[in-house]
Design a protein around this ligand. Structure first.
Ligand SMILES: [Zn+2]
Length: 368
């Protein structure tokens, strides 16, 4: 046990002293000092820290879970973090999305960009690659190639099944994490060893699914699942895919009722569509909607082949309502709708759940 007295004397260990200003002082290597408490931990050590520095992790989705994962792993010294997110920061995110602040929300900054800026303020020694993009079958290869591990910060099963297909097909490990209400759940997927997402949940949920918009969310449930998943990620990067320390169960925990459960995920399920049959339907893009409901009262138009000139669009929309833009996003308000348009032509339309209305608004103001 470390006593409070020992903990309170960190300066002495570096040989720094206020009493001998004329003596050349021992220069502390900031990279060593930064991670010293983590290197002291027996599960990591100096060699483990070097493995973390060499690692390349993709975090898909940078909302609440993605923010917490990125924050923990950036501080832990993972060398490269690729943060992929299609969304922008809003005031309602600030309750739980720990990498963003009020200024980010006021500017409607894309989450990937805001996350990269925030991380650079507390760890400028690692590389963060922000990707403002909607992970899809057409771009998943380009976005995830060369990664050591993929972490799930998404909020939807469509993207998780796509990730699972890609990971199983390419024998790349990924960690499923989800939180809604007070409930958190996580699974390590190590292809060739453990069960995959499709082994455990063969089909995505049908009909109404609980979301953070409908059921709310506790920030503590998010931080719990992110802490567990970030620790598993570090074990994987330090000890490799066969590390006995890795958890091989589906773990769920309700931070309100304190109910928790673990079911074994140590082996793939015989007959699994992905692991056994290698039928990667989500990677093939089957059944992917072109327009999707997105949150409580909005619709997303997935449109990636339409580069938008924001200055030009700003001029066109000016007579029709309030419009403003920066390099990353254009926002247009026309009561009762709010349109957010991205440089590749993707749009989120608030104020409707009717895809036909959304299509029509898009066609009217952006082009069909
Ligand atoms: Zn499987």
């Amino acid at each position: 046990m470390i006593s409070l007295a020992q903990e309170a004397q960190p300066a002495g260990q570096n040989g720094r002293s206020q009493s001998d200003p004329g003596v050349p002082q021992h220069k502390v290597d900031p990279s060593t000092d930064r991670y010293s408490r983590q290197v002291l931990f027996r599960g990591i050590g100096a060699e483990g820290q070097q493995k973390l520095a060499a690692a390349r992790i993709a975090i898909v989705g940078c909302g609440a879970t993605g923010s917490a994962l990125a924050g923990l792993l950036a501080r832990a010294g993972v060398g490269t973090l690729r943060i992929i997110d299609r969304d922008y920061v809003e005031p309602s995110n600030l309750q739980r999305q720990t990498l963003f602040d009020e200024k980010d929300a006021a500017e409607s900054l894309p989450k990937a960009i805001a996350a990269a800026r925030k991380i650079a303020e507390f760890n400028s020694q690692i590389i963060v690659e922000p990707k403002v993009d909607d992970l899809a079958p057409a771009n998943i290869e380009a976005l995830l190639e060369g990664m050591s591990l993929i972490l799930d910060g998404t909020d939807n099963f469509e993207t998780r099944y796509l990730l699972n297909d890609y990971a199983v097909k390419n024998s790349l490990a990924w960690i499923y994490s989800a939180a809604v209400g007070s409930y958190a759940v996580t699974l390590n997927v190590i292809p060739g060893q453990t069960a995959c997402l499709a082994c455990i949940f063969p089909d995505s949920p049908r009909g109404m699914v609980e979301t953070c918009e409908t059921s709310g969310i506790l920030n503590s449930a998010v931080n719990l699942v992110a802490s567990v998943a970030a620790t598993e990620a570090i074990k994987f990067l330090v000890g490799g895919p066969t590390s006995p320390d890795l958890r091989r169960t589906l773990l769920s925990f309700d931070v309100w009722s304190n109910e928790h459960a673990e079911i074994s995920a140590a082996k793939p399920r015989p007959g699994c569509r992905a692991c056994a049959e290698r039928d990667f339907i989500h990677l093939a893009g089957e059944g992917r909607p072109h327009i999707t409901l997105c949150g409580r009262n909005s619709v997303q138009i997935h449109e990636r082949q339409r580069p938008i000139d924001f200055a030009e669009l700003d001029r066109r929309l000016e007579p029709h309502g309030t419009v403003r833009h920066n390099d990353f996003v254009l926002k247009f308000w026309r009561d009762p709708y709010e349109m957010t348009i991205f440089p590749d032509g993707r749009a989120i339309i608030k104020g409707t759940t009717d895809t036909a209305v959304a299509r029509s608004l898009y066609a009217r103001y952006v082009g069909s």
